[in-house]
Design a protein around this ligand. Structure first.
Ligand code: ZN
Ligand code: ZN
Length: 261
C-alpha cells in the first residue's frame, strides 16, 4: 500500500472518510474508537484518522484497516504538526472531536488524550492552500450570480430540468474544488480565459457535472475529481445543447477534433 504523495491525496481521503456518516455500517465506523491519531481540517471543520488518511486512494467501502499506523503518521507528518496535549488549542479541538464522535454514537480512544495518540493540525503552507480555495470560492460565487442574471429569462420558461442539471455546477465549494483539481483550461478545446482576456479572465472557467443527477441528491456525495469537469463557456453550452441528454466529454471532444484539425 502506497502512502499519500501530496495534499490532494489527503483531501481525497478526507472526502472519502466523510462518507462514513452517510453509511449505516462500514469497517471504518466499527473501528472508530480504535483510531488514536486524529487530523483536523479547519476549512472543512472536520476530522479523519491517520490510518484512513495516510494511504493513497483509501475507499470507504473497501477499507479493511490494514497497515501500520506508524507508517501513515510518518507520511502525514510532512503536512501536519501535532498539537501539544496540554494546550488550550488541544482542549478546543478535543471537544470538537468529541461532538463529532457523539454525532456518530462513538467514543474516542483513550490514547488520543492520555496516551500515544494525538490531534494534528495542517502546517502553515497547507493552510495557505486552503486560502487559495477560499479565493476560488469567492470568484465562483460571483460568477454564479452573473450566470444567474443572464439565465434569468430562460428560467421563466419553467425549465426545471436545466435548473437541476446546473445545481451541482453552481455550488461554490464544489466549483472551487473542481477548479483546483482540474485547472482552468477547457477539457475539450483547451481554451484558457486568462490567455485570451488577460486579467479580466483570471480564474474563470465553467464547471460541468458529469453524472446524471438522479443518481444522488446529497452534494457531499459529489466527488469533484471524478464527477466534474471544467469547460469553456462555448463547449459547456454545446455539451448541454440537448437539455435532456448532455453529450459526454469524449463525444464533444470527437466533434471538436473533427472540425478543428
Ligand atoms: Zn472549450
Ligand atoms: Zn454542465
Amino acid at each position: 500500500m502506497d502512502t499519500i504523495k501530496n495534499w490532494n491525496d489527503i483531501i481525497d481521503n478526507l472526502r472519502e472518510f466523510s462518507y462514513v456518516t452517510k453509511h449505516e455500517k462500514t469497517f471504518a465506523l466499527d473501528k472508530f474508537s480504535q483510531f488514536s491519531h486524529w487530523y483536523y481540517f479547519p476549512n472543512e471543520d472536520t476530522f479523519a484518522p491517520s490510518k484512513f488518511l495516510g494511504y493513497r486512494n483509501t475507499k470507504i467501502d473497501k477499507y479493511e484497516g490494514k497497515g501500520w499506523g506508524g507508517v501513515t503518521q510518518n507520511a502525514l507528518s510532512r503536512y501536519f504538526d501535532q498539537v501539544p496535549s496540554g494546550s488550550n488549542e488541544f482542549k478546543n479541538l478535543y471537544s470538537k472531536l468529541e461532538s463529532f464522535a457523539n454525532s456518530l454514537n462513538k467514543k474516542i480512544s483513550f490514547k488520543t488524550r492520555h496516551g500515544t495518540g494525538g490531534i494534528h493540525m495542517p502546517k502553515k503552507e497547507y493552510n495557505q492552500a486552503a486560502q487559495y480555495s477560499q479565493k476560488l470560492y469567492d470568484v465562483s460565487a460571483a460568477d454564479i450570480s452573473a450566470i444567474k442574471d443572464e439565465d434569468g429569462l430562460e428560467e421563466i420558461e419553467g425549465a426545471k430540468k436545466t435548473k437541476l442539471v446546473n445545481f451541482y455546477e453552481r455550488i461554490p465549494a464544489l466549483r472551487a474544488k473542481a477548479i483546483q483539481l482540474h485547472g482552468l483550461k477547457c477539457e475539450v478545446c483547451g481554451f484558457n480565459f486568462k490567455d485570451r482576456y488577460g486579467v479580466h479572465g483570471v480564474d474563470f472557467i465553467e464547471v460541468h457535472h458529469l453524472k446524471p443527477l438522479h443518481t444522488y441528491i446529497d452534494p457531499s456525495l459529489v466527488n469533484p475529481k471524478t464527477d466534474m469537469a471544467v469547460l469553456c463557456a462555448n463547449c459547456h453550452r454545446m455539451i448541454h445543447r440537448n437539455k435532456n441528454v448532455p453529450l459526454t466529454i469524449d463525444q464533444l471532444k470527437e466533434l471538436w477534433k473533427k472540425y478543428n484539425s
